[in-house]
Design a protein around this ligand. Sequence first.
Ligand SMILES: [Zn+2]
Length: 124
Amino acid sequence: MNDNLRDRIAAAIDDTFTVYADFDAQTAADVALATIQGAYVPPPPGSDRDKLPDHLLAVAASHMPPYTSTACQMADALEAAAGEQPELVGELREWAQRMRSSCRITRKQDMAACQHPQHREGDS
Ligand SMILES: [Zn+2]
């Protein structure tokens, strides 16, 4: 393995486990791999890296829908399907939990909070 690749892997792992410390190992591994491969890596939850300028958000605010992350929407869909598919219930619930744990909490463009009930009091 050449030194450049070794350095990139080390940096990706270091960044990933710093920024994604609260995430499961699979999510962290996915982010590290994407980083190493030079793929787009979305900003970590809470990051304002992709936030739009405040003056544009101010004029667009009334047109922006309430935010529920796609991860939370997908978790709900998987849970709903789990109630209908007994043979897949374990797998569906496992993926639902994975989706829930990967919610960004904030919309990256304007930092609006995810409105899913799972984030109320003590949940995250
Ligand atoms: Zn959420």
